[in-house]
Write a protein that binds this ligand. Sequence first.
Ligand code: DOR
Ligand code: ZN
Length: 329
Amino acid sequence: MNLTLKSPLDMHVHLRQDDMLKQVTPFTSSQFAGAVCMPNTQPPVDTIERYRAYVREVTEAASPFAFAPYVPLFFREDFSREELTAAREELFAIKLYPAGVTTNSEGGVAELSKIEPVLDMMQDLDLPLLVHGETHGYSPDREREFVSVYDHIASTFPKLRVIMEHITTSDAAEFLDKHENVFCTVTLHHMLYTLDDMLGGMFDPFLFCKPILKSPKDRAAIQSLVLSGHEKVMFGSDSAPHTEVMKRTEGMAGCFTAPMLLPMLAEFFEDHDKLELMQAFVSDNARRIYGVTPPERTVVLEKAEWTVPPRYGSIVPVNAGQTLRWKLV
Ligand code: DOR
Ligand code: ZN
């Protein structure tokens, strides 16, 4: 039995830079026709020059696969209208990180009250806003607390497309329908796991990510949202590689899921008897929402077991040792 997908897309992934980028990018480009490649590199991709260089670097690492790197610029409070207008044709979107909420976000926005001039320009230029929506509050509540920020932005700028990245809570799922201009991505790990998988038994550092995993009730809300076939929901893995040493000694946040994304998504949809919804979730919704046309590719999965290796080079995947039912052809 085979499953055929047309130009699947991963609308949120961390490909890093240099050697790490060369190592991890093929896992994404072999399965996906394009991906939103996050700009939280060091330094961040926050100028047009860095943007062009990063697109080039990713495209090279993605070869020989036809692959569209959609790179959002890292939000700067001092973007000028001239700068964004001049580059509009090549730009994809802008990603906002509140300062310090996650890996390499120190240069993010310190005061959310100051971002409105840039949001106004983005609305005029029809540049989508991608957001890591967490406050600096108590960690399980950070996303819930941020919903009022989304509400304010979406109502103040009704023509600005706002994408709530990697939503994890019932609150965010419910909020999705409040404004026409709000959309979201969902990760595989937040659909599959809860906080207990990370720390209910022996601590599993490879499941530590931001936003942190949530309760069974939140996971159920995210699963129902995806399984309802909601048209504003896109797949975005948030696969975020760190070396095993950095995970274990520095406590870096990020789940590495890139090599097994489509096989595990197929398993998830099949377990819920909803395989027919996978195409829209991994491609069609994103194409419509962003108006992108990725390279035309056909990606085929076959019903064949394989076991996830204990590590890929220096990186440990979230579900090392697990046997999966679907395999990339
Ligand atoms: O767990 C995470 N890791 N969440 C993020 O938002 C960033 C990412 C990373 O870059 O490592
Ligand atoms: Zn991310």
